[in-house]
Design a binder for this molecule. Structure first.
Ligand code: ASP
Length: 323
């Protein structure tokens, strides 16, 4: 199998085979992270640039650890210390970086579409690490990886994505990802935070996405409950009466879990507003798999860096590669 994308900009553009290849590669990479010496020479001599125009804790760190485990050199570029604060345009910044010949560039930006515009001018492949409310493809891939680890198969599962759908790139990427692999996706939230045309996402599997404005109905019988953060930085004005009321209507706690399947798991891309999307006891304990998501994120990003660096097939067994 070969990976057919030059850059990773969205889940929407990936085929089912592309997704399977990334997941398969990520399993192999996960083994590297379980060794005492967590490093393989696969990307030695390659340079990865992290270009983050928006705050990030886990995604930026996770790409950094992933690049280092593959022995790449990693440069962190943050907008505040750069010429962007001297008003250089994003595309001029990208061209300047391009002249330094990076091998892979990871981009996060608050405006949808910026990673694509940067990819259009760069020679190196670009990985979208989150663009506005558009997509966050590596988050959805690590979510698929975590659900497959827990449940075995994705096809046939019911996945409820709960909360601020309107402003969430994680929701969009996951709607595409889970429906491409054959799950039924439910979108659950207050009407003000669910965009009217959301059911049309999910492409080929039209009809796979259903909207619910009642938490109880939305999670009834679901296998996976994915809570999303209220993205207050992305909306001005009153889309919600109050955070307290949101928590009372759409927050998950143990009592509400009884409406879902007995073995349902709880996910959250982080950062969690404790006591809002998730009660404390759910944030820290099973059936929450939040830290497994973070752990899988490193292996998944190793896989993406590996596949986009021009290695188009699965890596040799990691034993053969270790230094
Ligand atoms: N970390 C995720 C993102 O960057 C989710 C969030 O911020 O709520 O989209």
């Amino acid at each position: 199998m070969t990976f057919n994308c030059r850059s990773l900009l969205s889940i929407e553009e990936l085929s089912r085979d592309d997704i399977e290849l990334v997941l398969e590669t990520a399993w192999r990479m996960k083994e590297v992270g379980q060794r005492e010496v967590k490093k393989v020479p696969t990307l030695r001599g390659r340079t990865v640039v992290n270009l983050f125009f928006e705050p990030s804790t886990r995604t930026r760190t996770s790409f950094e650890i992933a690049a280092k485990r593959l022995s790449a050199d990693l440069v962190n570029f943050s907008a505040s210390g750069s010429s962007l604060s001297k008003r250089e345009s994003i595309l001029d910044t990208a061209k300047t970086l391009d002249a330094m010949d990076p091998d892979l560039v990871v981009v996060r930006h608050q405006v949808a579409g910026v990673p694509k515009r940067i990819a259009d001018v760069l020679a190196a492949p670009v990985i979208n690490a989150g663009d506005g409310a558009h997509e966050h493809p590596t988050q959805a891939l690590l979510d698929l990886m975590t659900v497959r680890e827990e449940k075995g198969e994705i096809a046939g599962l019911t996945v409820a994505i709960i909360g601020d759908i309107a402003h969430s790139r994680v929701a969009r990427s996951n709607i595409h990802a889970f429906s491409k692999l054959g799950a039924s996706v439910r979108v659950v939230g207050p009407a003000t935070l669910v965009p009217p045309d959301i059911e049309r996402l999910g492409g080929a599997a039209a009809g796979a996405v259903k909207v619910f404005h009642s938490l109880r109905e939305g999670i009834e019988g679901a296998d996976v409950l994915m809570a999303l953060r209220i993205q207050r930085e992305r909306f001005a004005g009153a889309l919600l009466p109050s955070v307290r009321e949101y928590a009372a209507t759409f927050g998950l706690d143990r009592a509400r879990l009884r409406f879902a399947q007995d073995d349902a798991i709880v996910m959250h891309p982080g950062p969690v507003n404790r006591g809002v999307e998730l009660a404390h006891e759910l944030t820290d304990h099973r059936p929450s798999v939040i830290l497994d998501q973070v752990r899988n994120g490193v292996a998944l990003r190793m896989a993406v860096l590996y596949l986009l660096s021009g290695r188009s097939s699965l890596p040799a067994p990691p034993e053969a590669q270790s230094e």
